[in-house]
Design a protein around this ligand. Structure first.
Ligand SMILES: [Ca+2]
Ligand SMILES: [Ca+2]
Ligand SMILES: [Ca+2]
Ligand SMILES: [Ca+2]
Ligand SMILES: [Zn+2]
Length: 367
């Protein structure tokens, strides 16, 4: 889970039953009053969708704090006025199924609050106060994350596919993000505590990281260290996908590259620089506290250093490919050894020794 909002989780869970009641009471019928004549509203459902697989959207890349550098931004109860217009970027939505909904090859988005996003022309331009904005963010970032994995060679014939399916994503009131244990559905859930989770691309891709692990090794995360690796990889994937997409669209990086969830975390961190977590801390195994998010910073720093040594492309190919070799309840030591072996197999001795050095610097044994 992303956590950071753990203290409010109990309250949110307590409200679940009430929320379910309220949802059934309104029959999940969207409010039609605002949009009956709009091309993007439900009034247009009778029109024929374009059938094309690409569209246009307005999104944050990766989030408003990272792209504007304004660390003093606040949620202000989801007000449009809280975020400058310059934080919105027009991007392509790809791999849509042509139905006019946010469903496609790599993402299947269900929104539980507000109107479901729908456009016969695949034009999805909303601002943050509109719940459809988060649905669009979820579609865009999950799709971009899968496209990034494919750009590394996964599922293209060169390397095995990784979660190459239409990932279910539920954007709702409550984000219950431990969705990838074997006892629950393969579904990403994004909630609305503080800054809406899906307003931060890094929160979305972090959760996608859990889906990736679960697709690679069913039930992954069955030990404290495996769980920590899961959190660490989610953080690292969020950063690496975010940086790649920002580069593609020419979006500036005005916050520390290693900072995860710069925007979601303004609600629960004191600043002056807001980070849910970072992938460049100096933690070693001596700093373990027995909590997966905190201990994940040990592993994510190693991944960050592997990136520094091999470059993003080679590092990310090694990091993801190695994960096929992890046991569900792996230890730092065993997973590190598997990653070193993968680097050796893919890029040879020098790469393997760089990877080993990155893990050794974290105090991980057996290298
Ligand atoms: Ca919002
Ligand atoms: Ca999946
Ligand atoms: Ca949040
Ligand atoms: Ca960031
Ligand atoms: Zn997580």
């Amino acid at each position: 889970m992303v956590s950071g909002e753990v203290t409010t989780m109990r309250t949110r869970l307590g409200l679940l039953a009430l929320g379910a009641l309220l949802l059934s009471a309104c029959g999940s019928m969207p409010d039609r009053s605002a949009n009956t004549s709009s091309a993007t509203g439900l009034g247009a459902l009778a029109a024929t969708p374009s059938g094309t697989s690409t569209g246009t959207a307005r999104v944050f890349v990766t989030n408003p704090v990272q792209s504007t550098g304004i660390e003093t931004l606040v949620d202000d109860n989801d007000a449009d006025s809280a975020v400058p217009a310059s934080a919105y970027y027009t991007v392509a939505l790809t791999n849509l199924d042509g139905s006019g909904r946010l469903v496609g090859d790599w993402a299947n988005v269900v929104g539980e609050t507000g109107d479901p996003a729908y456009s016969v022309t695949n034009t999805f331009e909303y601002t943050r106060h509109d719940d459809r904005f988060e649905q669009v963010m979820a579609y865009f970032w999950v799709t971009e994350a899968q496209k990034y994995l494919q750009s590394l060679g996964f599922g293209t014939g060169e390397l095995p596919a990784v979660n190459k399916e239409s990932q279910d994503v539920r954007v709702g009131q409550y984000g219950l993000d431990n969705s990838f244990s074997t006892s629950t559905k393969d579904e990403i859930r994004l909630g609305k505590g503080g800054v809406d989770d899906a307003e931060d691309g890094e929160v979305i891709v972090h959760e996608y990281g859990h889906a990736v692990h679960d697709a690679q090794v069913p039930g992954f995360g069955a030990s404290l260290e495996a769980g920590s690796i899961g959190e660490a990889f989610g953080d690292y994937l969020a950063v690496t996908v975010g940086l790649s997409v920002a580069q593609k669209y020419g979006v500036p990086l005005r916050a520390p590259a290693a900072c995860v969830a710069d925007w979601d975390s303004v609600s629960y961190t004191s600043g002056p620089v807001h980070c849910l977590r970072r992938v460049d801390t100096n933690k070693t195994v001596a700093d373990k506290v027995g909590e997966v998010h905190a201990d994940g910073e040990i592993w994510s720093r190693a991944l960050w250093d592997i990136r520094g040594a091999l470059g993003a492309y080679r590092a990310d190919r090694v990091i993801v490919n190695a994960q096929f070799r992890f046991a569900p309840d792996t230890s730092f030591g065993a997973a590190a050894q598997a990653t070193v072996r993968t680097a050796q197999d893919m890029y040879g001795k020098a790469a393997a020794s760089s990877v080993a050095a990155a893990f050794r610097a974290r105090g991980i044994p057996g290298l």
